[in-house]
Design a protein around this ligand. Structure first.
Ligand SMILES: [Zn+2]
Length: 274
């Protein structure tokens, strides 16, 4: 809503950027080259940096003396617009600081510790319940099985780290279930969803583009179903309010009255994203 103007601004910046890119290309290393090809996409306020999509948020602050760029913990680049400033200038400012954003992103990723291994006897979340991973070997075939909750999957080695296999299995469940659930809730509340993607993300539970694409983290099959539905409804609400303004939260409360309970659960279990 009301994003058309910013959209246009980003497109202008993209042209500016593309026009000057070839001059500096020759002396830059590969990773920088990859994003020079298209730092801006006009898919809402999205900066494409390398393979990553960084949402950009503009916030006015009359007390600010200059444009300020910050990378928020959830991976959103926020540009503060000072008194008398404009969104157009803020977008240009973000465009000039793409390298800085990329460096901050890299730092953010490095801060996230290596995921720990999963072995038999460990407990993981599945649909909001802690379930034990039980690996067992099939003596005839030499293969093995892992069980958790009502799930069972084949594995090659019962003593190895089970995390990869179990996560792949959870992803499969997510691919089957999440898009269908989005469509169901979208129908129920009248949101015109065009596309649903399921992603492997470490920093966020979901996102929404102005073009009507909802992206969800496969780990939502690990949260309680009420939390999963809240995240879906949160992203759907962004189709009406592309921000976190009081109006947005009113819309969330309208479609998901108990959302605060889910927010608390997510806060308490934020390590699920690690
Ligand atoms: Zn949001």
């Amino acid at each position: 809503m009301g994003m058309g103007g910013k959209n246009f601004v980003l497109r202008l910046v993209r042209i500016r950027f593309a026009a000057c890119a070839w001059v500096i290309v020759i002396s830059l290393p590969m990773d920088i080259l990859s994003f020079l090809k298209g730092p801006f996409r006009s898919d809402g306020n999205i900066l494409s940096i390398g393979a990553r999509e960084v949402p950009v948020q503009f916030v006015r602050n009359p007390r600010a003396r200059r444009y300020i760029l910050r990378l928020l913990p959830d991976g959103i680049a926020r540009v503060t617009i000072p008194r008398g400033g404009s969104t157009a200038e803020a977008a240009r400012f973000a465009g000039r600081n793409v390298l800085w954003i990329q460096r901050q992103l890299q730092r953010q990723i490095e801060r996230i510790k290596q995921p720990r291994t999963w072995k038999t006897g460990d407990e993981i979340y599945y649909r909001g319940t802690l379930v034990r991973l039980e690996a067992e070997e099939d003596e005839v075939s030499g293969c093995g099985w892992v069980r958790f909750g009502d799930q069972r999957l084949r594995i090659k080695e019962t003593n190895a780290d089970l995390r990869r296999s179990v996560e792949q299995h959870l992803q499969k469940i997510a691919f089957l279930e999440l898009p269908a659930r989005v469509m169901e809730l979208a129908r129920q509340h009248n949101f015109p969803v065009r596309k649903v993607t399921v992603r492997n993300q470490r920093s966020r539970w979901g996102s929404c583009s102005v073009r009507g694409t909802i992206s969800l983290n496969w780990r939502l099959v690990q949260t309680p179903e009420s939390v999963r539905d809240y995240i879906i409804l949160h992203e759907l609400a962004h189709m009406r309010e592309m921000n976190h303004s009081p109006r947005f939260w009113l819309e969330v409360a309208r479609v998901c009255p108990d959302y605060a309970v889910s927010e608390r659960w997510l806060k308490k279990n934020s390590k699920l994203l690690r």
